[in-house]
Write a protein that binds this ligand. Structure first.
Ligand code: ATP
Ligand code: MG
Length: 401
């Protein structure tokens, strides 16, 4: 297995080179970002160990270039750094690293353990390639469309819309593979909505090592949800589990899933945070679900302004009125005036019918075939799909903020 070290400190380079060679790895080294990039693209190392403090280019640009180039987009990037400040560390991870180690104490054994796991995986992969009957070895990277569901206020129907639009899309685009990931904290609700009770969820996924959480793994392991036509990575099952979630792993997991599906739908709910912002900013479409009460619209406007200040483009935004809570409220045109943009999507208030479908764990199109509910959902889905034909994406883990 080939490893590249990028570190301006020659003592670290010598030390790592010695230890890694002793452990059987093929090692090369660069003292700065520019040289590192040339070597990375020429040699395509399996893993790159980077001290992010080099000075000839910003490390954010370095990571972005590696992640944005097909030769290195899926390589393992490991930060090996003497940064101490937790905020700086978090910021560095969010640039798109798979792992982070502080240069001290037991860092070396941990680094070696992680690398040897990776190399075992590689050997396994080679065996797989030898046996043509095994699927996945030649799995093509898809870079599926990323659709994020977000709301500024709770209970507006974000999760219902996410699951149902995904299900309608599965109906419309029959050959497409669709993944739904529930990122709502501290508890997800899509699993109970669709009736999934299995063990795999997003917290479990964050506990997996980099060599386990591969695109092929998610394609195989994420359960297919019968009538819904998509595969699900359920949300955190309870707040206690959510406390265990390692947020730095989320971008890596989403990137892996995105590589093996045509569409990736992510329910973020109201949890606009440092973790979810980078995901929102690189989405092909952000479905902003709102109700028409004054408070919800004011909060939605604030959310739009905030996202735009962070670099979200108008063309990424898809505001959607869902009259989840009742018929009272502003009209569509009043709402459009307040938020300053046209609202392409709307879904009517359907009273207890929505809860009826949800309680039976079936999608709207199946519960009310041919009826107004199913038609409205389909129309909205077709529009979203049309917008999705145009790509606005980048790798998830590169923060633009
Ligand atoms: N258009 C609608 N008409 C009637 N009821 C609806 C409609 N949309 C959603 N509902 C109902 O509103 C409730 C809340 O929906 P949902 O859980 O999808 O909202 P949410 O925005 O995800 O909530 P949370 O903030 O808790 O994540 C559910 O009981 C659902 O059945
Ligand atoms: Mg929800």
């Amino acid at each position: 297995m080939r490893i590249l070290i990028v570190d301006k400190d020659s003592a670290t380079v010598n030390f790592l080179q010695f230890e890694l060679k002793k452990a059987g790895f093929e090692v090369s080294a660069a003292s700065g970002g520019k040289e590192g990039m040339i070597l990375a693209w020429r040699d395509r190392p399996h893993a790159i160990i980077i001290d992010p403090t080099f000075t000839d280019m910003p490390v954010a640009e370095f990571v972005q270039k590696l992640r944005g180039d097909a030769r290195t987009s899926n390589r393992i990037l490991i930060a090996f750094s003497s940064l101490r400040d937790p905020q700086e560390i978090q910021h560095t991870i969010e640039l798109g690293f798979n792992q982070y180690y502080t240069k001290e104490g037991d860092a070396l054994p941990m680094l070696l353990k992680s690398l040897s796991e990776l190399s075992e995986r590689k050997v396994e992969d080679q065996h797989v390639t030898d046996r043509p009957s095994r699927p996945r070895a030649d799995m093509k990277t898809k870079e599926g469309r990323l659709v994020v569901f977000l709301s500024a206020k709770g209970g507006t129907g974000t999760s219902s819309m996410c699951a149902n639009i995904a299900a309608s899309l599965a109906q419309i685009d029959k050959g497409a593979s669709i993944a739904v990931v529930d990122l709502v904290l501290p508890m997800g609700s899509i699993a109970s909505l669709v009736g999934y009770e299995g063990p795999l969820n997003v917290v479990e996924a964050t506990r997996m090592t980099i060599s386990e959480a591969t695109p092929a793994y998610f394609q195989d392991a994420m359960p297919k949800i019968g009538a819904w036509g998509f595969q699900l990575l359920a949300g955190s099952p309870d707040p206690g589990e959510a406390n265990d979630l390692d947020p730095s792993r989320i971008p890596v997991i989403l990137n892996s899933i995105r590589q093996s599906f045509d569409y990736l739908f992510v329910d973020i709910g109201r949890s606009l945070s440092r973790i979810t912002l980078p995901i929102i900013l690189v989405a092909d479409q952000v479905l902003l679900v709102m109700s028409t009460d004054k408070a919800a619209i004011d909060l939605t406007l604030k959310t739009i302004k905030y996202l735009e200040s962070k670099g979200l483009e108008r063309e990424q935004l898809y505001p959607l009125i869902n009259r989840a809570v009742g018929l009272e409220g502003l009209s569509k045109s009043e709402t459009e005036k307040t938020i300053g943009m046209t609202i392409p999507g709307s879904f009517p208030f359907i009273g207890g019918n929505f809860a009826l479908a949800n309680n039976q764990h079936v999608p709207i199109f199946q519960k009310f075939p041919g009826e107004m509910e199913a038609i409205a959902m389909r129309e909205m889905t077709v529009e979203v799909q049309t917008k999705l034909k145009k790509r606005v994406t980048q790798p998830i883990s590169v923060s633009r903020s």
